[in-house]
Design a binder for this molecule. Structure first.
Ligand code: MD3
Ligand code: FE
Length: 200
């Protein structure tokens, strides 16, 4: 594990190839029940990232704003459960005794990106966020609590796990781009990011 800035911990290759394939298979099965969709920002701009969620609550965005909801906005059904392997990873690495209640699934097909933002729709910012990367390598940007703070760029590869805690929990961050063809894990190409959170 390495700490690249206060509160930001990275475990490169924390999941080996077999663990990545097993986790991806579970996520792809869950996606059959809770299809990926392309959300729109509150201002009505479609995001380039496709999303779905796992767990009791899921993060959504639409004309009404950003929030957590218990049901898929298109199917109206509850989100599928968070895979056991992810709950075990949270128990091992989060440093938080209570389990996550939300797991956002982001799919980046070639050309998708995520603008610099903060994650602040959760009730308690003392609870860390844990992120798992699968598939193509992403160029990730990490800044500070203030939008104008300097940023650094680092790569997140398949199997990498990172934790955002303490001062990094409210850091600005985004995905500048995804390196197409850098992994063969995701069918059709691309990158899947799983973020475990406690929303409540
Ligand atoms: C830093 N996801 O879902 S993961 C997001 O790769 C999100 O899909 C990106 O930003 C992705 O909100 C980045 C790494 C990450 C996740 C949550 C964070 C970094 C974070 C929360 C606070 C600070
Ligand atoms: Fe984020």
């Amino acid at each position: 594990m390495s700490q690249l800035s206060p509160g930001f911990d990275l475990w490169p290759g924390r999941l080996d190839a077999a663990a990545q394939a097993a986790l991806l298979a579970e996520v792809l099965t869950a996606i059959e029940a809770a299809p990926l969709y392309r959300p729109a920002t509150p201002r009505g701009r479609p995001m380039s990232v496709e999303m779905t969620n796992l767990g009791p609550l899921g993060w959504i965005t639409d004309a009404k704003g950003y929030r957590y909801e218990a049901r898929h906005p298109h199917t109206g059904r509850p989100w599928p459960p968070i895979p056991q392997a992810l709950l075990a990873l949270w128990a091992e690495l989060s440093g938080d005794a209570r389990p996550p209640d939300a797991c956002l699934v982001n799919l980046y097909r070639p050309g998708a990106r995520m603008a610099l933002h903060q994650d602040r729709d959760e009730a308690d910012f003392t609870v860390p966020v844990l992120s798992v990367s699968l598939g193509d390598t992403a160029v990730f940007r990490l800044g500070g609590t203030r939008r104008a703070d300097p940023t650094r760029s680092l790569k997140l590869a398949s199997g990498d796990v990172c934790r955002l805690a303490g001062p990094a929990r409210l850091a600005h961050h985004g995905i500048d781009r995804v390196l197409a063809g850098s992994s063969r894990l995701v069918p059709g190409g691309g990158r899947i990011n799983l973020t475990l959170r406690r929303a409540t």
